[in-house]
Design a protein around this ligand. Structure first.
Ligand code: RIB
Length: 332
């Protein structure tokens, strides 16, 4: 069993630094904190669960950092987290990393300096966010939500992307759509990576291959519009467009409509999130609904309950919302 001395030796710091990092008694140099967390991870060192309790000099404030507050998914998640924190008598301090890892790092430093008792973060970049996220993990309790960085640096709560895409592909296959293409975000963030893998796995389960190479850009309406324009000349080989989130799907619907393509008659379209606009789009969008209330409950539960066995991952299955952008399933 690794000891604090082993962690200190591997990290190249003193045992008192290791203790300060893991007990968060006092702020520590972010680089040292990162080294200590990485060494503890590598050695499987399990620190005293009590040490993970919220700081003694509590501010009763939790910091939250999201990649892009203008994307409708994030306000829904933030609202759910704030409601849940209020039930614990805790306040929320919200920051937007503006899809920039340098801004994200600055916001994290600000939250620590403002003495928040813990941080809930959806990291912008799968690898680029690692230094900043691991730097704060050694200082205060951190929960990653929705997106995560590479490695198991802290507790994580998010969507079960594989369950979500499986429901979508099962639905499309059940209504006879088998020539499917994936339109989503590039693999720079966790959600983009996970959903691409989930799409491929769901197709394999049905013995299918993608009708053409995935179109990967960003979780934006504009990318959906661009993808639709690229697909218009190819639609005789595609009968379903599976989108990595609702914003992309709304852009795809608009692009198809501009080209006179009928949804779902000519091609079905699906999304992921179930933002407010999904239900009022034309046609209303078939999607999977992220359980942000459950995610919020789990984030706050993990934040308030020190872990005893190291980082935990909680994936929550989204629920299928069948609407008019896919053919009507046969009555059972
Ligand atoms: O819509 C933005 C996407 O990025 C959502 O699906 C959410 O999961 C976030 O990761």
């Amino acid at each position: 069993m690794a000891t604090i001395h082993d962690v200190a030796k591997l990290a190249g710091v003193s045992t008192s630094t290791v203790s300060r990092v893991l007990s968060r008694s006092r702020p520590v140099n972010p680089e040292s904190a990162r080294k200590v967390v990485a060494a503890a991870e590598q050695l499987g060192y399990r620190y005293n669960a009590v040490a993970r309790a919220l700081r003694t000099n509590r501010s009763n404030t939790i910091g939250m950092l999201v990649p892009q507050i203008s994307n409708p998914f994030f306000p829904a998640l933030v609202e759910a987290v704030e409601r849940r924190l209020q039930r614990e008598g805790l306040e929320l301090l919200l920051c937007d990393s503006q899809r920039d890892v340098d801004v994200e790092a600055r916001r994290l430093r600000t939250l620590v300096e403002r003495q928040v008792d813990g941080i809930i973060i959806s990291p912008y970049d799968f690898t680029g966010s690692i230094p900043a996220v691991s730097g704060v993990i050694g200082q205060i309790p951190v929960i990653q939500v929705d997106r995560r960085v590479d490695g198991t640096l802290s507790d994580w709560v998010g969507a079960d992307d594989w369950a979500g895409l499986a429901q979508v592909i099962d639905l499309l296959v059940s209504v006879g759509r088998r020539r499917l293409v994936f339109v989503s975000s590039a693999h720079t963030n966790y959600s983009g990576r996970a959903r691409s893998d989930a799409f491929d796995a769901a197709l394999r389960r049905h013995g299918l291959e993608a009708a053409r190479t995935a179109l990967l850009g960003s979780f934006e309406v504009e990318w959906g519009l661009e993808a639709a324009r690229r697909l218009i000349g190819d639609l005789d080989t595609v009968d379903g467009i599976v989108c990595g989130n609702d914003a992309i799907a709304l852009g795809v619907l608009r692009g198809l409509r501009q080209a006179g393509v009928r949804v779902p008659d000519d091609v079905a379209v699906t999304g992921f999130d179930d933002i407010t606009f999904a239900e009022i789009s034309d046609p209303p969008l078939t999607t999977v609904r992220q359980q942000w209330d459950v995610m919020a409950d789990e984030c706050v539960r993990l934040l308030l309950q020190p872990d005893t066995y190291g980082p935990r991952s909680i994936a929550i299955a989204p629920t299928l919302q069948i609407r008019e952008s896919t053919p009507k399933p046969e009555a059972p």
